[in-house]
Write a protein that binds this ligand. Sequence first.
Ligand SMILES: [Zn+2]
Length: 351
Amino acid sequence: MTPLFEILANLCLGAVCAEHILPVSHPMTQQKCEANAAHVVSTWIDKHPAYTVKDQSCMSVAALAPKAISVTETAPNHFVHFGKVEDVIAGSDGDVANTGFIIGSDGVAVIDSGTTRFVGESLYLAVRQKTDLPINWLILTHMHPDHILGAEVFQEAGAEVIGSEKLNSAVGIRAESYVGNMLRLLGEKQVHGTKVILPTKAVSGTFEIDLGGRVLTLANYKTAHTNNDLSVFDQTSSTLWTGDLAFLEHVPALDGSINGWIDVLETLTSMKARAIIPGHGRFVADHPDGLQPTLSYLKALRLEVREALAKGENLATTASHAGTGLRADWQMFVSFNARNATNAYVELEWE
Ligand SMILES: [Zn+2]
C-alpha cells in the first residue's frame, strides 16, 4: 500500500508558534501532499486571520504515530480514548474527556473531539493509524468544552458535525467564554489554533448513521446533564456511548435538571445494550450496571436537598452539606458537589 501523508504547518499567533496537523478530506500520497500543502495552509489562514504561517511540510501517517492519542479497541473496529480523571488545570493538556471512533466498511464516525485543537489533532491521528476511510461524521454528545473544542479538525477532515437539536444555540451563546476560559486555564500554547465551530446537522428524537454494515443510533433527551445531551448506540457491538449522562470515577456534574437526569438514566437502564462508555471514567462498564453510580448519586443528592428544603434550610447551608456523605465514592468531589447541590436546590425549591 502507498504510504499516506499529512500536512504539518508551523503556525503563529503573535509570538506563540506551534506545529499543527491540517487534515484534508482525501488521503494523500507524499507527492499530492507536497503539491497541496501551501494551498491548504493558506485556506486555513483565511479562516483564522489572527494566525500567520512560518513553514509547512508533509509527514507520513506512520511517522506521526507518536503524536496519536492512545486508544483501546473495546470491540472490533470500536476504539475508545479514556481521558484523564482530573479538572482542566494549568500545566495539563486538558485531555479529560472520553472520546473515540467507530469504523464501518464505508467510513468512520468520531465521537466527541476533546478540549483543544491539539487533542482533536491527536485523536484524528489515532483514526488515521487505523484506517484511511473517510471520516464522515463527528458526533458531539453535548456542549461542554472538554467534549467539543477539537471539532474543527474533523470538519477540515470532511466530517459532518452532528449534535442534539439544542446544541447549536447552546454552543453559539457560549463560544467566546469557552475559548476564553480555556485560555485562562491552559494558556496560549495549549489552546493554540482552537476555534469553536457549530454543528451542521441536528438530531431531533433519533437519527441513524450507516457506516457501511454498521449502524449507529443517535438519540437526544429532555434536559438532564445539560439541555443538549445525545447518546450514541453502536448496534454491532451493542455499546452505548452515554456522553456525560453517565460518569464513573469522576463525580457527576449537574448542568441541566436533576429530575430530568434521573428520568433519562432510568430510561437508559431499560434499553437493551451490552456495554456503556461513560463521558468520564477510565473503563468500559457493563450495561446497565455502569449507569448505577450516577443514578445513585443523583437520587441521594435529590433526597437530601428535598429534606433540607422541607426543613426551610437556605441555599448556602444546603450546599455545604447535601451529598457530602457520598464523597468516598468519587474523585473530583470537592470541585463539583457543592455546585451540584446548588443547582438541585434552585430546581427543587419550586416543586
Ligand atoms: Zn459535560
